[in-house]
Design a protein around this ligand. Structure first.
Ligand code: DON
Length: 307
């Protein structure tokens, strides 16, 4: 069997194996997310030659939510460099939930850019001007990672804007420690918009593959970020991308990854592939149940564990 037949086979088999799993629940603290179809389940893998393999609902759109965080971190790193970004947000695993109050003792910085507190700071670091507003830069950066023009799901954005008081509270707390360089309301609104950017499992696999390929999108051939920035982002995904289950994930699956509460999940095999899943039923840490099971089994079956 050729390598590409083995990948196609594995995706189809794992899709069939986990499609019936109905544990977990949709996130409902953003009410609009409960309108997704709980049966949707897609898997995708993009190789370094830009070939996309998929199974199931891999072309169904959903909102990025926290899957946006590593890519906006990449944008901030590219604009400001690691030293400046690190003055505002750390790179240590918090071992806490995604929405925890994360303020490092002493500096007041959020622990890392993958938890909400750190992601709000990261978004606030993206350069903002009248000619080029921060959100325009973010949308264009996410689109270059995906290799196509992405858009915003206005209903999901409105739903989170209407209910997102916890994130607003986090932004005000961080502002009070001197760790937020802009107005909290503005930072959180831009952050909610980036979370509401719509993509598919295939898009997520391309985005992960772009990080895996040292910052070059393997489908379009465009360099999106430098190899240094891609490596920095993958490092933070490996240690912090799965919040309080980051250690267990690295132990069992062995790949830098990022989850989101709409059910998207991506993982990167440096210099090898980008991988993604979509299924809206979530476990207690906000990770897609079927996605976690399928990517874990795929890692085992194809020997993807980095260690
Ligand atoms: O800020 C929030 O709560 C959401 N927009 C994103 C959280 C999220 O995706 C957590 N990841 N699993």
């Amino acid at each position: 069997m050729s390598a590409s037949e083995a990948v196609t086979d594995a995706l189809r088999e794992l899709h069939a194996r986990f499609a019936g799993v109905d544990e977990g629940r949709q996130a409902d603290y953003i009410p609009e997310l409960t309108r997704s179809d709980p049966d949707d389940f897609g898997l995708a893998l993009v190789s370094m030659d830009g070939h996309a393999y998929s199974a199931g609902a891999a072309d169904t759109p959903f909102t990025l939510q926290s899957v946006s965080k590593p890519f906006v971190y990449a944008l901030a790193l590219a604009a400001l460099g690691l030293d400046e970004v690190s003055r505002w947000v750390g790179a240590e695993p918090s071992g806490e939930a995604f929405n925890a109050i994360s303020l490092e003792p002493g500096t007041g910085r959020p622990a890392n850019a993958m938890v909400n507190a750190g992601a709000i700071v990261t978004t606030a670091l993206v350069p903002d001007s009248r000619e080029e507003p921060a959100f325009g830069r973010i949308l264009s950066c996410l689109s270059r990672f995906a290799g196509r023009k992405l858009d915003v799901d206005e209903d999901v954005h409105g739903s989170e804007a209407a209910t997102g008081d916890r994130n607003r509270a986090l932004a005000y707390l961080i502002r009070s420690t001197g760790s937020l360089p802009v107005d909290p309301v503005q930072a959180v609104d831009t952050y909610f918009r980036q979370c509401a950017v719509r993509a598919t499992a295939v898009d997520l696999a391309v985005m992960a593959a772009t990080l895996a390929y040292g910052g070059v999108n393997p489908v379009t051939g465009e360099r999106v970020v430098s190899p240094e920035v891609a490596a920095q982002v993958l490092a933070v995904m490996a240690t912090c991308g799965m919040y309080d289950s980051s250690g267990d994930w690295l132990l069992r699956v062995g790949l830098p990854a990022k989850s989101g509460v709409s059910g998207g999940l991506l993982a990167a095999g440096p210099a090898r592939f980008g991988l993604a899943a979509y299924s809206p039923l979530l476990d207690a840490s906000g990770t897609s149940v079927r996605g976690r099971a399928a990517l874990g089994a795929l890692s085992e079956r194809l020997g993807l564990h980095l260690m």
